[in-house]
Design a protein around this ligand. Structure first.
Ligand SMILES: C[S@@+](CC[C@H](N)C(=O)[O-])C[C@H]1O[C@@H](n2cnc3c(N)ncnc32)[C@H](O)[C@@H]1O
Length: 203
């Protein structure tokens, strides 16, 4: 099954809280975004945002230049439906980030649990190039992957695990790491998954 079909099937067959990555409230992402100091005029992209509630929280906080990109149309449709009228305040993009050329620039690039699916070096390089092209000097990135002692698979796919230095190294020389933290994410099924998050700044 190709990448898009895999993810489209996931969102067509599982309810929002039946996927391991579901969170009511993306508190670590929100804390790291807050720490960037970005104001509501900031342009934010949630890469592989899926049906995450991060966009709801950002709109609630007054952000009006939010983009959510995902490979699975069904994921974005679910988020749009949930947001109702507020969905019109958000830009929705269907794309594979590894083949995507950013059409505009973003002050903040957010990714929770997407980069870690890129097990091929060429895909990681394409992702890093898109991120560097999208974020101007002084801009920010917040990236979360499974930690070194986190799960080895997600959604039936093999992933790559990272510690803070390993994750930051993927984005050097264009980004420097400003902060790192781990999070123990409780899945809806009651397991704990350790994530590694980094906050980076574009050089
Ligand atoms: C584990 S889910 C995480 C979703 C969301 N970031 C969250 O925290 O709830 C991974 C998401 O990345 C999307 N995805 C996977 N590979 C992608 C790619 N190459 N380009 C864009 N989106 C991708 C999937 O459709 C899915 O929504």
């Amino acid at each position: 099954m190709d990448r898009q079909s895999h993810w489209q099937t996931v969102y067509e067959t599982k309810a929002e809280n039946e996927v391991s990555w579901y969170q009511d409230h993306p508190k670590t992402s929100l804390a790291l975004i807050r720490d960037t100091g970005l104001g509501p005029e900031g342009r934010i992209i949630d890469v592989g945002g899926g049906a995450s509630r991060l966009v709801d929280c950002l709109v609630e906080q007054g952000f009006r230049r939010v983009t959510v990109l995902d490979i699975a149309p069904a994921a974005l449709e679910r988020a749009r439906r949930r947001l109702g009228d507020r969905a019109a305040l958000v830009e929705w993009l269907i794309a594979d980030v590894t083949g995507w050329t950013p059409p505009s620039r973003f002050d903040l690039w957010h990714d929770r649990a997407v980069f870690h699916f890129l097990t091929e070096a060429a895909d990681r390089a394409a992702y890093a190039a898109a991120m560097a092209a999208a974020v101007p000097t002084g801009g920010h990135a917040v990236i979360g992957t499974f930690a070194l002692d986190g799960p080895e698979r997600c959604s039936g796919l093999t992933i790559r695990r990272y510690d803070a230095d390993g994750l930051a190294a993927e984005f050097a020389p264009h980004f420097e790491m400003l902060a790192a933290m781990t999070e123990d994410h409780p899945t809806p099924a009651g397991k704990i998954q350790r994530f590694q998050f980094c906050r980076l700044r574009r050089r």
